[in-house]
Design a protein around this ligand. Structure first.
Ligand SMILES: Cc1cc2nc3c(=O)[nH]c(=O)nc-3n(C[C@H](O)[C@H](O)[C@H](O)COP(=O)(O)OP(=O)(O)OC[C@H]3O[C@@H](n4cnc5c(N)ncnc54)[C@H](O)[C@@H]3O)c2cc1C
Length: 501
C-alpha cells in the first residue's frame, strides 16, 4: 500500500474514537492515515421525529469527537449536504485539483430502514468511483441476521424469551467474547484521552487531503450549533468521553441493586446510558466489556438484569430489521385499525402533564423538563394515553420522539407497541395499568411525584395515590377521565378488533 493512500471514515451514529470497529480497522490498515467526515443530512433533519434537544446533544457529542480526532492527529470534516451530494462534491473537488480519492471509505452499520437504503445506494456509488468500502458492526453486539431460529415455524422470532436464549448462546461464543475483549482495550485509550495523553498518529488531516487552507467545515458545525441552541428549552446533559467514563463508574456502584431499584423512579437506580447508546458515543458492547460481564461464569442478579435490558434493546433492532413495516403500523394485524377517540384536548392535557393522575403527570413533566423519562413511567404514561384516553399510540410515539434525548425509532416503537398491546410479545390488551396502583407500588412515598408535581408537595403520599375532591389542592387539575370507565371502554375497543380476525 502506498504511503499516500488514505481512508475516510464516515461517522453517523458511532460518535467515538475508542473501540470504534470500522475506524480502528482503517487506522490499522492505513497506518493512521484516516480522516473523518460527518454530513448534515437535510432529509434527516426535517424528519417528523426530529428533536432539537436530541440534536443539541448530538452536536455536543460531535464537538467532543472532533477534539478527540484532532488530539490523535486526525481530523473531522463537516459537510452541509446529505451524503450523496457531499461525497459527489468531495470526489469532484479532489479530481479537479489533481488529488487522490480515498482508497477506502468505512462506516459502522445502521439498521433503520432509511439508513439501510441509503447505505446500499452509497456503497454502489463508492464502488463505481473505485473506492473500496469497509463496514463493521457496532450499534448492536449481535446483528439481527446472526440470530437464526432453528425451530418451526421458520421465520424471525416474535417472542423475546426464545430470542434472548439464542442471543445468550451467541454471547458465550469465542468470537463474541473476543470482540468484547477488544472493546475492553478501548478503555485504556479512553483513560489516556481523559488525561490528554494520546499518542499522535500520522497527522493525516483534511488540509493535507484538500488544498492548503481548505476549511474542514467547522463554521458549518458552529452555524448548526448556534441556530439549534436557540430552540432548545431544556438543560442538555454533558456529552463526550469524560462524562461517559464518569457515568460508567457511577453505575458500577448501582449494579448490585439494579434488579429492584430499576423499577423505582425516585431512585437513581438505572444506568442512564440510553442517551449515549443513541448516538454511539457508548455501545452496549463497551458497557458489557467495562463490567467484564462476558468473563463471569455466573452473573449477579443485578448484572443479569442489566444484560437482559441490553438484550431487549437488541430485540428492538431485530424486530425493526425483520419487520420494517412496524415503523408505520401495528405489528399485530388485529390492531391495525382501532377506533381511537383521539380527543385533542385530552392529548394536550397528557402532553402538558395535566391529566389529574399524579404519576402520569409527573412522568410527562419529567419528559418535558429533562428530555428523559424513567422506564417504568414510560410504560405507565403510554398505557394511559392508549387505554385510558383512547388516543392512537402513534401520537404518543411521535411526542416522545419530539422530546426524548434518547429517542430511538426501534426502541421507542417497540415500547409504544408493547404498551398499546399492538406489538409482538406485547402486554396483552386486557392487562391495563391502573395508575393509582402503579404509583402506590412504585412510588409509595410519592417522592418522584412530588419532585415533578410541586402542586402536590404538601399532600400526604397516601392521599396522592387516591386524590379526592377533599384532598386535591386547587392548583392541581381534577382527573380528566375516570380510569374505571375508560378501562371498560378500552376493553371493548380492543375486543371488537380481536374478534374480527
Ligand atoms: C413507551 C416507551 C418508549 C421508549 N422509548 C425509548 C427510546 O426512544 N429510546 C430508548 O433508548 N429507549 C426507549 N425505551 C426503553 C427504556 O425506557 C429506556 O431505554 C430506558 O428507560 C433508558 O434508561 P437507562 O439507560 O437508565 O436504562 P437502564 O434501565 O439502565 O437499561 C440499560 C439499557 O438497556 C436498554 N433498555 C432498558 N429498558 C429497555 C426497554 N424497555 N426496551 C428496550 N431497551 C431497554 C437501554 O438501551 C438502556 O440504556 C422506551 C420504553 C417505553 C415503554
Amino acid at each position: 500500500m502506498s504511503k499516500d493512500s488514505y481512508a475516510v471514515h464516515w461517522f453517523r451514529r458511532d460518535l467515538r474514537v475508542a473501540g470504534n470497529p470500522a475506524l480502528s480497522r482503517m487506522l490499522k490498515e492505513y497506518d493512521g492515515r484516516v480522516v473523518g467526515i460527518f454530513c448534515f443530512d437535510k432529509k434527516f433533519l426535517s424528519r417528523a421525529d426530529f428533536s432539537h434537544a436530541r440534536f443539541q446533544f448530538f452536536l455536543n457529542t460531535l464537538a467532543s469527537l472532533r477534539d478527540e480526532l484532532l488530539a490523535l492527529g486526525s481530523d473531522l470534516m463537516f459537510c452541509d449536504q446529505g451524503p450523496d451530494e457531499a461525497f459527489e462534491r468531495l470526489f469532484q473537488h479532489l479530481r479537479k485539483n489533481g488529488k487522490a480519492l480515498p482508497q477506502s471509505l468505512s462506516w459502522n452499520r445502521d439498521y433503520e430502514p432509511y439508513a439501510l437504503e441509503r447505505d446500499e445506494r452509497l456503497q454502489k456509488y463508492f464502488h463505481e468511483e473505485g473506492v473500496h468500502t469497509a463496514t463493521e458492526r457496532d450499534h448492536v453486539l449481535i446483528e439481527p441476521h446472526e440470530i437464526v431460529k432453528s425451530t418451526k415455524p421458520i421465520g424471525p422470532y416474535q417472542i423475546f424469551t426464545p430470542y434472548s436464549k439464542k442471543w445468550m448462546e451467541q454471547f458465550r461464543t469465542e468470537e463474541v467474547t473476543g470482540r468484547l475483549d477488544q472493546q475492553k482495550k478501548g478503555f485504556s485509550y479512553l483513560r489516556k484521552v481523559k488525561k490528554g495523553n494520546v499518542e499522535k498518529l500520522n497527522n493525516w488531516n483534511w488540509k493535507k487531503v484538500l488544498d492548503k487552507g481548505e476549511s474542514a467545515g467547522w463554521e458549518i458545525f458552529e452555524d448548526y450549533r448556534q441556530k439549534n441552541q436557540k430552540l432548545v428549552t431544556i438543560e442538555i446533559p454533558e456529552a463526550g468521553t469524560t462524562a461517559i467514563l464518569a457515568q460508567l463508574e457511577h453505575f458500577r456502584q448501582r449494579m448490585d441493586d439494579f434488579a429492584e431499584a430499576r423499577d423505582i423512579p425516585s431512585l437513581d437506580g438505572t444506568s442512564r446510558f440510553s442517551i449515549y447508546f443513541k448516538n454511539g458515543s457508548l455501545t452496549s458492547a463497551q458497557a458489557i466489556a467495562y463490567y467484564e460481564l462476558h468473563k463471569k461464569p455466573k452473573l449477579t442478579k443485578g448484572e443479569a438484569k442489566f444484560l437482559g435490558e441490553l438484550i431487549w434493546r437488541e430485540f428492538g433492532y431485530y424486530i425493526l430489521t425483520k419487520h420494517p413495516r412496524v415503523e408505520g403500523e401495528a405489528f399485530d394485524d388485529r390492531f391495525k385499525k382501532i377506533d381511537w377517540g383521539n380527543r385533542e384536548d385530552w392529548f394536550e392535557a397528557w402532553k402538558a402533564g395535566k391529566t389529574g393522575y399524579p404519576i402520569v403527570d409527573a412522568g410527562m413533566r419529567q419528559l418535558n423538563e429533562t428530555g428523559w423519562m424513567h422506564n417504568r413511567v414510560r410504560m405507565i404514561v403510554a398505557s394511559f394515553l392508549t387505554k385510558d384516553l383512547h388516543i392512537n399510540w402513534q401520537w404518543g410515539e411521535k411526542y416522545f420522539m419530539d422530546k426524548l434525548i434518547d429517542g430511538d425509532l426501534a426502541l421507542n416503537n417497540m415500547g409504544w407497541q408493547w404498551a398499546a398491546s399492538t406489538g409482538c410479545d406485547a402486554q396483552p390488551y386486557f392487562r391495563i395499568f391502573n395508575p393509582s396502583l402503579q404509583s402506590k407500588k412504585f412510588d409509595p412515598d410519592a417522592k418522584y411525584i412530588k419532585e415533578f408535581v410541586p402542586e402536590l408537595k404538601n399532600v400526604a403520599a397516601k392521599a396522592i395515590h387516591n386524590l379526592t375532591e377533599l384532598t386535591r389542592p386547587r392548583a392541581y387539575p381534577a382527573p380528566i377521565v375516570s380510569h374505571d370507565k375508560q378501562r371498560l371502554l378500552a376493553l371493548e375497543l380492543y375486543k371488537v378488533r380481536a374478534k374480527r380476525q
